[in-house]
Design a protein around this ligand. Structure first.
Ligand code: ZN
Length: 523
């Protein structure tokens, strides 16, 4: 039987997707090639496309289209994991979230955050937290009003998590961060005591920028990023973006005196790009053509950048290529030199420069402060002091300016709260997924060392990528790895890798205390 109502709904969802992808093209252009004075016009065009897409989803007619399509699909008796059933579930979820927040409040948020962002840019460059503080307070107040409309059981943070990490809660994140801190702190102390084990000076020689871009492109092409359906361009803050199945773009930045920036940044964005390039083609123009969550997306950037790109035996394969690309700079180096340099661990002030060991301490600190701000335990005026104290407590370093401290991230200025935990979910899942792949196909480590990246890519395509947003993060992790999201595989990975690198095995292997629910991840 022809499902007319479902077809009509799919047409509508396709139109919404078209508008959103068109907006992506405009914002990609804004971040790459747009001339300096194009900003005002571009902001209007993006606002228009955004509100058209919002209207096409929220108008009352769509409630009827959804109900009719649901009745039609139900009459067919399709199983709960059938593509059409999943599509209807996701479309209803998105629509209900979108109609809950009143349009007037959304417009108020858009105006306030635009102003707060401009103030933050100036405040960050002049180290002036007091100028930014009232805007931050306003963003917090508006966010709290939004959470009242979205609804939550225990914490306003839960209402926000639902957008970026569906199924995740504040309580579970607390327990995940507790596990990570308990495992990382002794390892980090041992590493700091052996800091002289790693010399990364080889990365700070002079490297031709064009040669760096060619090499970065060559590496991610070998990983499997498809340049016939993508491109690599320069930008200030690198990102990946998708205009549809046939066009998934990545961006990078390059420093003439720091080899890591372009290469590792390109690997990172290529990981995001590989995920999007490998969604099943039939998901195109539907709300399922997205990652399962921000964290699952980040797990793929981290997997290709860190688990693969910073792996010892992968550098046996990549090093001769790097030496060809930079014969003068790397003439006296070895694979081991680069491997160690790319994995140097240093407790530092800036999150985006953090290594694999310390990164989650940066996100944990933000997670705690965001919750304290949203639940009224911390006043905005006291935030810089609380930030610095937490940095000292968790990382043993204290920023000397707010620019290097509480003003460093863009997130809060644009009203984006509850986004940081996704980076940690991504770190944790990157290893969980990799371990599952290596268990399923034991040749994967050897294949990576020989530059045969397609064994791993094919497994990821089949088990993770092609599903897009079909499964929520925990369901996906459970299905693919036999365990929900859990810290243990990541901690074991850190202990093995950095224990060997810094020669600190014995000092860093206490048993991990278990807290909260969740599997052991040893399946
Ligand atoms: Zn990323």
């Amino acid at each position: 039987m022809a499902m007319e109502h479902l077809a009509r709904l799919k047409t509508r969802l396709g139109e919404i997707d078209d508008l959103q992808r068109a907006a992506q093209v405009l914002s990609w252009d804004q971040s790459t090639y747009m001339p300096a004075r194009g900003g005002a016009g571009r902001a209007r065009q993006l606002a228009t496309l955004g509100s058209l897409a919002h209207r096409l989803l929220t108008e009352p007619e769509v409630a009827r289209m959804l109900a009719e399509a649901e009745a039609e699909v139900e009459a067919e008796g399709l199983p709960s994991d059938h593509a059409d059933v999943v599509l209807l579930r996701v479309a209803r979820h998105d629509r209900e979230r979108a109609v809950r927040v009143p349009r007037a409040l959304m417009e108020e948020i858009a105006l306030a955050t635009a102003l707060a962002y401009d103030t933050w840019v100036a405040a960050r460059s002049s180290d002036d937290f007091a100028a930014f503080a009232p805007h931050l307070q306003k963003n917090i107040d508006l966010t709290l009003r939004k959470t009242e409309h979205l609804g939550y059981d225990r914490h306003p943070y839960d209402a926000l998590l639902e957008d970026n990490e569906p199924g995740m809660t504040t309580e579970r994140l607390r327990s995940l961060f507790d596990d990570l801190r308990a495992g990382v702190t002794p390892l980090l102390e041992a590493i700091v005591a052996h800091a002289d084990q790693v010399d990364d000076s080889v990365l700070y020689r002079e490297y031709d920028e064009q040669a760096q871009l060619r090499f970065s492109e060559d590496v991610v092409r070998r990983f499997g990023y498809d340049f016939s359906r993508g491109r690599l361009d320069l930008t200030v803050h690198p990102f990946a973006t998708s205009f549809g199945h046939g066009d998934v773009r990545i961006t990078t930045r390059v420093s003439p005196t720091f080899l890591q920036m372009a290469l590792m940044g390109t690997m990172h964005e290529a990981g995001h790009g590989l995920y999007e390039q490998n969604f099943a083609p039939e998901l195109a123009r539907t709300p399922l053509a997205h990652g399962s969550s921000g964290g699952v997306h980040e797990s793929q950037s981290r997997l290709w950048e860190n688990v693969v790109g910073r792996r010892r035996d992968v550098w046996d394969y990549l090093f001769p290529l790097a030496q060809q690309a930079f014969p003068e700079q790397l003439g006296d180096a070895e694979a081991e030199t680069l491997y160690r340099a790319f994995n140097k661990v240093t407790p530092s002030l800036i999150r985006v420069e953090a290594d694999e060991v310390t990164y989650n301490l940066h996100t944990m600190l933000r997670f705690e402060l965001e919750n304290d701000l949203l639940e009224g335990r911390l006043a905005v005026a006291d935030l810089p002091e609380a930030w610095n104290a937490a940095m000292q407590r968790h990382l043993g370093v204290t920023p000397s300016t707010n620019t290097e401290g509480v003003l460093q991230d863009v997130h809060w200025s644009i009203g984006y709260f509850a986004g940081f935990p996704s980076y940690t979910v991504g770190n944790v899942l990157s290893v969980q997924f990799y371990d599952a792949a290596a268990r399923a196909i034991p040749s994967i480590p050897g294949d990576l060392a020989a530059g045969r990246f397609d064994t791993l890519l094919n497994w990821l395509r089949e088990n993770v990528y092609r599903h897009g947003r079909t499964y929520q993060p925990d369901a996906l992790a459970e299905r693919v790895t036999g365990s929900p999201i859990t810290a243990e595989p990541y901690l074991r990975y850190l202990r093995e890798k950095y224990g060997a690198l810094y020669g600190v095995e014995a000092a860093s292997a206490p048993p991990l205390p278990r807290q909260g629910e969740g599997g052991e991840g040893r399946a």
